[in-house]
Design a protein around this ligand. Sequence first.
Ligand code: 5GP
Length: 145
Amino acid sequence: MGETIFSKIIRGELPCHKVYEDELVLAFLDINPLSRGHLLVIPKEEVATVDALSDDSAAAVGRVLPRLSRAVMKATGASAYNILQNNGAAAHQAVFHVHFHIIPKYEDAGLGLEWNPLRLESGEELASSIAELLSDKEPETLARW
Ligand code: 5GP
């Protein structure tokens, strides 16, 4: 994967309003927030989408998401929030380096959602084909297939 603007932020070559950093993770304020307190949480590993992320980076991000969410809620006074994570241009990803948005929801600001649910069809077949891919294989093999 090529570099993105987030690589420069990780290296400190571009400024950001950093709120948290450890060996594998960085979190900072979004430059165009949907609402006050909108945070981006990124692995330092340079991959575009979650399916390409190593288990170590995924675990490191997952470990801090609850803590970061608590801090954002406390600092802003918001009582609700969304965690958004886009993978691929068709899914509205603009920066091709994995990132999780923490977006406080206020009465008048936050994430707007258009949610048009379908009826589940062939659920059994679909669930078993996904489950089959997840069984019988080492996680590493599955991750690179
Ligand atoms: P995406 O649509 O890829 O999920 O969201 C990318 C996010 O990155 C957007 O919310 C955008 O405002 C944010 N962003 C893009 N460039 C920068 C930057 O240079 N600094 C910061 N702090 N946020 C950025």
